[in-house]
Design a protein around this ligand. Structure first.
Ligand code: G6P
Length: 607
């Protein structure tokens, strides 16, 4: 969480800083700020609220002066969102400015020490201690000082530092939190994520933990904390700048929902060759694969919900016990896991703190980790044993849609790949499933075409206080995602329930008019689901169903959105589309800030 940008060049830095921050706003949006070296001072402008406030105050950065500067968009951890707690933070005399993403765990101790030396703090943040420490230790060399300060810091950080006395340098360093350098002509950039700099350059350098970058106008030098120079190869980013723009859509979320057929095709197609699933990314031999007695899936948020779907699919197709675990819980429960356990880690950003630490815990216990990640070169991608990328392109809306769908697509590929190797999927079934998988993008297009009906149903329910989602088996796993999507962007209270569990408590919440969304796609369980639907209808619920089009009779049970019939494994990819659209339309009718829901951030880099 929190986004960092930096610019050093020959142009005015302001417009780039503001534009870059706008593209990073998904990382946090409770306040924002910039600091530029004007030649005579470090000039800081900060504002509580979304970036728009700062943009308006600075006329999109045009009123700012200076060709070197840093900027920050914040998701508050230490200290409420306010002008004073917004970054950049200045040292006491105003000679040094710092932007920070991460958490300094020993900040209170450092603050107490500096306070005892007579240094006055302005903010409640952990970050301000870094600026104050730099000034406290400064003896004329900024790089040496930053290295000394790093020795004092515990926790995670990506930092950008500028000094009043040196208008020709930005110092950047990272530990655990992401940071990349963009290379231009006579100008260079700093950013938490490539989306911030795509409009300027596609040539980047990735900073590793504890590497220090010294950005000048004519070049970038990277050194270790022992001041040894590090020579790195540049990378060329493949994402196109238009992929990180709205392209005429009102919201990124809607654009990303509509992009799902393409994103899934790009994730699947290169991995199906001559009717076979080929996952070159997995380095395990067939013998090693056969050794595993358990699969462990670790993730947070929607990625965890993919894990819950995967549990049903893998157990059915591979006949191996699967545990889907919330990464934040797994870390602290002394899990039973060893080298006979295959761990699958799922993360769009590849930098979620809990997921990353859970992965390391699994590795420490001897488990082989395969990650499913969207952001190329992210920490989880680099530190896992094997990585399978989802080719979803940049996802900007906080509520994930296309990343969720492409993660599901990778799960299908893995189920087929492992199923073939373990001999648990018979050849005819394998061929049929691969064929169906290849047709999935076209079927998703069909579901998307039905959006008017979903919009109509959203208009009926958008004033509701509570909305329940029910399902059995994979439909239950999917109902978790439907409910999360709705509550995170529309702020309507929602719960997802295994339909068979309703009678054990939740049904007491159903009253006249309560909307219940029932997922009824699983052929074998339609009868059971219809009984559960009748139970809630009897108590006054209004029921909306999602069912396959080979069961037109479902229209008599509740207002029904039909999806094309496909094999069980692929059903979640079709059924999730109406759930995403429903949440989107409800939030839109309520006038919510769909792409930036309150209190949330897309990239959760703190525990
Ligand atoms: C946040 C996002 C979710 C995402 C979760 C895990 O809560 O808003 O959309 O599912 O983090 O993020 P990851 O990047 O690890 O998939």
């Amino acid at each position: 969480m929190c986004g960092i940008v930096g610019y050093i060049g020959c142009e005015q830095a302001g417009p780039f800083l503001l534009d870059g921050l706008e593209r990073l706003e998904y990382r946090g949006y409770d306040s924002a700020g910039v600091c530029l070296n004007t030649g005579s001072e470090l000039f800081v402008k900060k504002a509580k609220g979304k970036l728009k406030v700062l943009k308006d105050l600075t006329e999109n950065g045009k009123t700012l002066h200076g060709t070197v500067g840093i900027g920050h968009t914040r998701w508050a951890t230490h200290g409420e969102p306010s002008d004073v707690n917004a970054h950049p933070h200045l040292s006491e005399s105003g000679r040094f400015a710092v932007v920070h993403n991460g958490i300094i765990e020993n900040y209170q101790q450092l603050k107490d020490y500096l306070t005892s030396k007579g240094i006055a703090f302005r903010s409640e943040t952990d970050t301000e201690v870094i600026a104050q420490l730099i000034e406290y230790y400064y003896k004329g060399d900024l790089v040496d000082t930053v290295i000394k300060v790093l020795e004092k810091l515990e926790g995670s950080y990506a930092l950008g530092v500028i000094s009043k006395d040196n208008p020709d340098e930005i110092i950047a360093v990272r530990k655990e939190s992401p940071l990349i350098i963009g290379l231009g002509e006579n100008e260079n950039y700093l950013a938490s994520d490539v989306t911030a700099i795509l409009s300027r350059t596609k040539t980047i350098l990735r900073l590793e933990n504890n590497e220090i970058a010294i950005l000048g106008r004519d070049g970038v030098k990277i050194i270790t904390t022992d001041k040894d120079e590090v020579h790195k190869d540049t990378e060329t980013v493949e994402w196109d700048v238009s992929a990180a723009e709205k392209g005429g859509y009102e919201h990124f979320m809607f654009k990303e929902i509509m992009e799902q057929p393409t994103a899934i095709a790009e994730t699947i197609s290169p991995r199906i060759r001559n009717g076979r699933v080929v996952l070159d990314e997995i380095k395990l031999s067939d013998e090693e694969l056969k050794q595993f007695t358990k699969i462990n899936i670790l993730a947070c948020g929607s990625a965890y919900h993919v894990g819950v779907v995967a549990k049903y699919i893998f157990e059915k197709m591979l006949r191996i016990p699967v545990e889907a675990d919330l990464a934040s819980e797994f870390r602290y429960r002394d899990p039973i896991i060893n080298d006979k356990t295959l761990t699958i880690v799922i993360s769009q950003s590849g930098e979620t703190a809990d997921t990353k630490e859970a992965m390391k815990e699994a590795q420490r216990r001897g488990s082989h980790v395969i990650s499913i990640v969207n952001v190329v070169g992210s920490a989880i991608a680099c530190e896992s044993d094997d990585v399978i990328y989802t080719w979803a392109g940049p996802e900007i809306a906080v509520a994930t849609t296309k990343a969720y769908s492409t993660q599901l697509a990778v799960i299908y590929l893995m189920a087929l790949y492992f199923g073939e190797k373990l001999g648990t999927v018979v050849p005819e079934e394998y061929t049929a499933l691969v064929n169906e998988l290849e047709m999935l993008p076209a079927k998703i297009e069909k579901v998307l075409e039905n959006k008017a009906k979903i919009q109509y149903l959203a208009s009926k329910y958008f004033n509701s206080r509570d909305i329940f989602f029910i399902g059995r088996n994979i439909d239950y796993a999917l109902s978790l995602e439907g409910s999360l999507k709705l509550k995170e962007i529309s702020y309507i209270h929602s719960e997802a329930y295994a339909a068979g569990e309703l009678k054990h408590g939740t049904i007491s919440l159903i009253e006249k008019g309560t909307p219940v969304i029932a997922l009824v796609t699983h052929e074998e369980l339609i009868g059971k689901m219809v009984s559960n639907i009748e139970e809630v209808k009897t108590r006054g619920a209004q029921v909306m169903c999602i069912a396959c089009d080979d069961h037109p009779e479902m229209e008599q049970v509740g207002q029904t959105i039909f999806i094309p019939k496909v094999c069980d494994m692929l059903l979640p990819s079709l059924a999730v589309i109406p759930l995403q659209l429903f949440a989107y339309y409800v939030a839109s009718l309520k006038g919510c800030d769909i792409d930036k829901p309150r209190n949330l951030a897309k990239s959760v880099t703190v525990e």
